[in-house]
Ligand binder design. Sequence first.
Ligand code: NAI
Length: 718
Amino acid sequence: MKTLTYTVDADGIATIAIDVPGRPMNVLTPEFQNDLAAAVESLAGDAAVKGAIITSGKPGAFIAGADIKDMVNSFAAGISAKQGAELSQKLSRLLRRLETCGKPVACAINGLALGGGFEVALACHYRVLAQDASVGLPEVNLGLLPGAGGTQRLPRLVGIEKAGPILLGGQPLKAAEALKLGLVHAVAPAAELVGLARKWLLETPRAVQPWDEKGYRIPGGAGPAASHAAISFTMGTAVAAKNTQRNLPAPLAILSCLYEGTLLPIDTALKVESKYFGQLLSGPVARNLMRTMFINKNAADKLARRPDGVPASKVKKLGILGAGMMGAGIAHVSAAAGIEVVLLDSTREMAEKGKQLSATLLQKALERGKTTQAKVDAQLERIKPTTDYADLTGCDLVIEAVFESRAIKAEVTQKTDAVIPQTAIFASNTSTLPITGLAAMFSRPADFIGLHFFSPVDKMPLVEVIMGRDTSPATLAKALDYVAQIRKTPIVVNDSPGFYTSRVFATYFQEGILMLEEGVAPALVENAARMVGMSVGPLAVSDEVTLELQLKVIEQNLADGQAPTAHLPRIVEVLRTMVCDLKRSGRRGGGGFYDYPAEGKTLWPALSQHFPLAAQQPDVEEAKKRLLYIQALETARCVEAGVVMEPADADLGSILGIGFPAWTGGTLSFIDTLGLPAFVAECERLAAQYGPRFQPSEWLKAKARKGETFHPPLSAAA
Ligand code: NAI
């Protein structure tokens, strides 16, 4: 057996030590499943063996779960719901055989046990967990459910009330919590686990699971008879439907497994679980979520886009120009990563104020017990507020985040150029000004790059890295090394006004404003956005961006004519009415499309006086469609224009940067899932109805005719 060792000692205790070769973590490969099946038969068939201990041969890591890459590849073959259910049944039958083989089995969980890994542990009769390890069932995050008995053994072990949040939340549980919830029998230092498992096998073994005992009842009751059924099912279903807007099928499928499965004997219940698992695995949501949020995000985090042949670099000293909202945020995340930061602003007071953001965020973390005073002090010590350019001497990287003005940016770039070493690279955090133009103000344009952060910097995971015309591969490599150093996810795009994310995001809020102008009820616009899974409504986000800034962006769009512009004067009209006539410039200005009382926000009641409601309101499905299609189409335009080079970047940028719904897998996965011909046809219908901004280009239409997709078939991508 290649993936585990099976040994029997003098006391008749078998040890099954899992060690899947060539993998940093054990995963449930088909080969491992075959080996485990063989080990279980040896255990069952050998009268000299009293019982077994399952553990991992990899120190500190038990089993990380299913092999996601394998799973994603199975999509390429166009897996059916039935085939998906069979995959689940195969492992389920194996684990059922394990727990009914007649011999007691103890599990020494010596490290992280997630998903299928934890399901293996749940099929053992006794579980002892390392005190620094975690267990969990994160499948819901991938659009799936635990398909190897997790949705059935967990409620049978701890009751539906406790099992629900574990299955629906998908969060890992630390050892102490797992013990308290009754998921494991004991917690101990890693070195003592096998000893405890042996002790149980020799002194108090029991080869029958509670649910196979005569007269067993699920703690708290089953299905509608559960004591808390009203909360778990009635409210649980309503909450899951509200949270997902039924865009994500997994939470409701998990609730169905809990409801239906707990009313059935375990063997039938496991079949019900497999049926739901197969439906999820064969659906587009799981495939898209896994590809974008797991495979492609991991690849981006490991710097898949980093040019080869450039030695690894590390920023020791970082200069930041402008200690405003963005500069202060960048200083905070950089100091948190151990980087020495010089935070420069035009006055001492402004620079100090920028550092204050870190002090405030760290104080909150301290109050929540997430850090220590010593760490807070050390991190604050690393940020040096200043007004003196001489302090930038010796910086490896300087990031400019001053006002969005070419003249001011030119001045600070040139002053910095004079003092930093020739080896340093220079980045701008501009959100709208093309990088190539800004690079011309620097003596070494090859060493100039865009690093576009998102607000608030401490929370937003993405950095959009923008290549100027002259940016060198070495500069890109260094910039990516820095993004990895601060533990953010990078995407790499080419220069263009608005780059990729801002350009697509603008189409989103502009579509919302156009609907308002057409007389669509503002609440319908905002609700359509939420229902489709956008993180913020287009009118709310307009207020955040400020309506003035949007005017500026539109003027820019009109000037460079990069996309259809016929609709823009209508938006300008709305924005001018709001900003100039009504003095409502957005949130910072005290109010915009929304009012901002002390708590929360409400749509401004007078909006309908200024933008009268149309007698005929559109169907919400049409509003949802407009908001998603316009962003997806703009992304396709970015691919056509060469701004976006890799489909994975487009998908990740849309979800992590602008809150495009994760269930779609991102803007280009959204198009691929619909199918390009269907997408193009629908865009043409929308163009006929709402205007040329929805008109697909000849390039896109040709791509559709040729049967192409944006992503390569998954098997080819793997
Ligand atoms: P902000 O107005 O909060 O901060 C700008 C800072 O630059 C101020 O502290 C100001 O005192 C300082 N500054 C201005 N002139 C200076 C000079 N000559 N020397 C030194 N410091 C000077 O602006 P914010 O929002 O932080 O934006 C900064 C940059 O980041 C802009 O280019 C903006 O387009 C970009 N950006 C903004 C995002 C946002 O959500 N606000 C998102 C991504 C990029």
